[in-house]
Write a protein that binds this ligand. Structure first.
Ligand code: DHB
Length: 401
């Protein structure tokens, strides 16, 4: 393998952000190299969320990466909220200007992008951990990494950190140049995949005094379900029987409706965190996706934010290399952060409205139920939720408005 020693854009991380960015740049003839510390199997098996906004689907289509999504993705026109004995549907097209979302797992997006890139794309190296990024404030940046036992250096114009919350690229930015904003939550999610046909056509978000539950899906024969659990919970504490019984209780099973049960094929605990580091650029280093911001999963914004970041970034780099204008690149951080903060608020709102905190007072529960009742009875409040969920709130001078 002939490793390049120079490229225009070095992308660190082969998750959805890095892979999609590389695809968009490659289609515009901009050289890039993608470095991923893990192996391909690990990257392709990581279980993540599965809701794609319209804008995410549009970008995947433009990237030529939507063939399997068109066949296997499931368009959804609404979600159901369950709370205090009520069942209320949020109708996306009616409330959010004809918009909908797609159920298609992030792992599948990643597999599709990897297949495309290996077939016709920029160099992509797995098992290639980056050790250091130098020269963010100089004319050339250098990325030091290891691949196949050899230490290598890659010079570039820009380094893009798409390497997640634990990534290395953001650590090359001096601490005094960044501001970090964070919120933690006193609960986590237990997520399962089950070989069981979903007993619901649309996702169900359930508020219950036993804790939050979410019923999602991966296909007509695979259910994806989540339960709020205490922080530090071990998945082994939850037998299959206990999981199904608890899901039925929280989702309000009765004589007319209950979940279809089936073998549980994956089970893990997910922490919840809100976190933003800003600005998203320092000299020749730019951050995208989870390397710059984390949202708690309620509302499924993580992948969509990552896609939005790299869509803005690809356009900015294409403008720079086509016309010499750095205007869009200079605006990158501000452009992205407007959407990021909207999604941070929405994810926080969904999380705190639907979960029951340990020791929560009856006053706090009443506030949650009042807010959910407001959404169920006011088209204005429901439209606000639908616009945020489908990602159609305006973020910058008319785009997506
Ligand atoms: C899924 C995850 C979410 O966090 C969410 O809000 C909706 C769906 C999912 O994994 O399917």
């Amino acid at each position: 393998m002939n490793h390049p020693v120079r490229t225009r854009v070095a992308v660190v991380g082969a998750g959805p952000a890095g892979l999609l960015l590389a695809r968009l740049l490659h289609l515009s003839g901009i050289d890039c190299v993608v470095l991923e510390s893990r192996d391909r199997a690990y990257v392709e098996q990581r279980q993540r969320a599965g809701i794609l906004e319209q804008g995410t689907v549009d970008t995947l289509r433009r990237a030529g990466a939507a063939a399997r999504l068109e066949q296997q993705g499931m368009p959804h026109d609404g979600i159901e909220l369950r709370f205090g004995g009520n069942r209320h549907r949020i109708d996306f097209p009616a409330l959010a200007d004809g918009c909908r979302v797609w159920v298609y797992a992030q792992t599948e997006v990643v597999k599709d992008l990897i297949a495309l890139q290996l077939e016709d794309g920029a160099p992509l190296y797995f098992d290639a951990p980056v050790h250091a990024v130098q020269g963010a404030d100089t004319d050339t940046c250098v990325v030091h990494y290891t691949h196949e036992g050899q230490t290598r250096a890659l010079s570039c114009d820009y380094v893009i950190g798409c390497d997640g919350f634990h990534g290395i690229v953001r650590r090359a930015v001096p601490a005094q140049a960044t501001q970090v904003h964070e919120r933690t939550y006193p609960y986590s999610w237990l997520g399962i995949l089950a070989d069981a046909p979903p007993a619901y056509e649309e996702l169900i978000y359930a508020h219950s005094e036993r804790g939050f539950a979410l019923a999602s899906m991966r296909s007509p024969s695979v259910s994806r379900l989540y339960l709020q659990v205490p922080n530090g919970e071990h998945p082994a504490a939850w037998s299959e029987r206990r999981i199904w019984d608890e899901l039925d209780l929280r989702l309000g099973a009765d004589t007319t409706w209950r979940l279809n049960r089936g073998p549980i094929t994956a089970k893990s605990v997910l922490p919840m965190r809100s976190w933003v580091t800003e600005p998203m650029r320092h000299g020749r280093i730019l951050l995208a996706g989870d390397a710059a911001h984390i949202v708690p999963p309620t509302g499924a914004k993580g992948l969509n934010l990552a896609t939005s970041d790299v869509t803005v970034l690809a356009e900015a780099l294409i403008r720079l290399y086509d016309s010499g204008s750095a205007e869009l690149l200079d605006a990158y951080s501000d452009t992205c952060l407007r959407r990021v903060w909207r999604a941070e608020h929405f994810s926080y709102f969904m999380t705190t409205t639907l979960h029951t905190a340990p020791g929560q007072s009856s006053f706090d529960t009443r506030l949650q139920l009042s807010q959910l009742d407001r959404i169920a009875t006011s088209p204005h409040a429901a439209s606000e939720l639908a616009a945020n969920y489908t990602g159609t709130v305006p973020h910058d001078s008319g785009r997506n408005s």
